[in-house]
Design a protein around this ligand. Structure first.
Ligand code: ATP
Length: 255
């Protein structure tokens, strides 16, 4: 079956330095793919390549099988790929409602309106008329996600949604994610917190120094394999002697 979004052998970098090296992955309809890895592993760069915000040096990005590698970020957004970047980037002088409306700029039809976004992210309800500059970090993050949803994407790329937030706020955001993921939306999630990742993801790809070194489901990957891949220990690379990526059939462990 054709993947909703696929990266095929993507390499990307900055000048002479390589940030992403020959990475392939796929996300299907309604699937949450978590991209994990240490700081500098290349996760944000890969998300930006998927969104059309950074040009790869090699490889292809396919949306429902169509090659969109050379489609610019604005047009990719119109076709259904939406990046919620790290750092929120709201319009500080606009209200929450106006910030959400900005997200609808692509004019794609679909289930997401201000009302349905507030249903999924209830913390936004009382804040609609408040200026974005007056929001806490967690509230800003919720607005950034809501703004992304307003474009009615087929694929949502979420970069470090929980960065710098209090655990209780992160819990609330993740509860909202459960409401968001229905209806076939594919999500690629960059997250530092491994336990949370394993709880929410259908599939996990671990990056290390630009490479995808592990790819599997929470049921088939052990905690040890994921942490070893994350920190670059040798164990993750020795599974079955077949190279870096651990495939299905790997013995699972409970978390
Ligand atoms: P983090 O969790 O710290 O954001 P990451 O896994 O998302 O890390 P990237 O931000 O993609 O990793 O960075 C991958 C590599 O590219 C790092 O070595 C980083 O220093 C480098 N890099 C990222 N952005 C730039 C940039 N604008 N210019 C030059 N190098 C960059």
């Amino acid at each position: 079956m054709t993947a909703l979004l696929a990266a095929e052998s993507i390499s990307a970098g900055y000048g002479d330095s390589r940030a992403v090296v020959d990475v392939s992955l796929e996300v299907g309809e309604g699937e949450v793919l978590a991209l994990v890895g240490a700081n500098g592993a290349g996760k944000s760069t890969l998300l930006r390549v998927l969104a059309g915000a950074h040009r790869p040096t090699a490889g292809r990005v396919l949306l429902r099988g169509d090659d969109v590698t050379h489609v610019r970020d604005f047009d990719r957004n119109r076709r259904g790929i939406c990046l919620v970047p790290e750092g929120r980037r709201l319009f500080a002088s606009l209200t929450v409602r106006d910030n959400l409306e900005v997200g609808a700029g692509s004019r794609r039809g679909g289930r997401w309106t201000v009302d349905t976004v507030v249903d999924a992210l209830p913390m936004l309800g009382p804040l609609l008329d408040r200026n974005a500059s007056q929001l806490s970090g967690g509230q800003q993050q919720a607005v950034a996600i809501g703004r992304g949803l307003m474009s009615n994407p087929d694929v949502l790329l979420l970069d470090e949604v929980s960065l710098g937030l209090a655990p209780i706020v992160i819990d609330e955001l993740y509860e909202s994610l459960a409401a968001v993921r229905g209806g076939g939306l594919g999500i690629v999630l960059v997250e530092q917190d491994l336990e949370r990742t394993v709880a929410v993801a259908d599939r996990i790809v671990c990056m290390l120094e630009g490479h995808a070194v592990l790819d599997g489901t929470p049921a088939t990957l052990t905690h040890e394999q994921i942490t070893d891949a994350y920190f670059g220990h040798a164990l993750a690379f020795t599974d079955g002697g077949s190279g870096p990526a651990a495939g299905p059939g790997t013995e699972g462990a409970s978390w």
